[in-house]
Design a protein around this ligand. Structure first.
Ligand SMILES: [Zn+2]
Length: 134
């Protein structure tokens, strides 16, 4: 049973993993010719960069997520937190799992550390409780 304080952290982790699932599904659907790879052209360019659909796919996905999902994740977590703080407080949630492979020009260590500091303020003060979900 997760406690309330950590549940917003869990929400961010589940979002991140859910996006992986969605991207894997998309790749499968492309293989089955159910969707057009050009709908997510950049994702496939990244896969090609990493030489093949199987190898390094999580790295390609992480680069894609860094490009497309950091801010949407931050916004989603902010909403779960009733928009308590400005968006930058939630950017650490968006960057989680993505910083390590990101080019340093996208996010410096100092910027990341500041995001982590702000994120810990969110975690310490959130009233988010998944038991309130209907
Ligand atoms: Zn990941």
């Amino acid at each position: 049973m997760m406690n309330t304080q950590n549940s917003i952290q869990w929400a961010a982790t589940i979002l991140h993993e859910g996006i992986h699932a969605e991207l894997y599904k998309f790749v499968d659907q492309v293989h089955n010719r159910e969707v057009n790879p050009n709908d997510r052209k950049k994702l496939f360019d990244l896969y090609k960069n990493y030489k093949g659909l199987k190898s390094m796919s999580s790295r390609a996905q992480h680069n894609y997520m860094t490009d497309k999902y950091v801010i949407p994740i931050a916004k989603a977590i902010r909403e779960l937190d009733n928009n308590k703080y400005p968006l930058e407080y939630y950017m650490g949630f968006g960057w989680e799992g993505l910083k390590a492979n990101a080019h340093p020009s996208l996010l410096t260590n100092d910027e990341f550390n500041e995001y982590l500091r702000l994120k810990s303020i969110v975690i310490d003060n959130t009233n988010f409780n998944p038991n309130d979900c209907n």
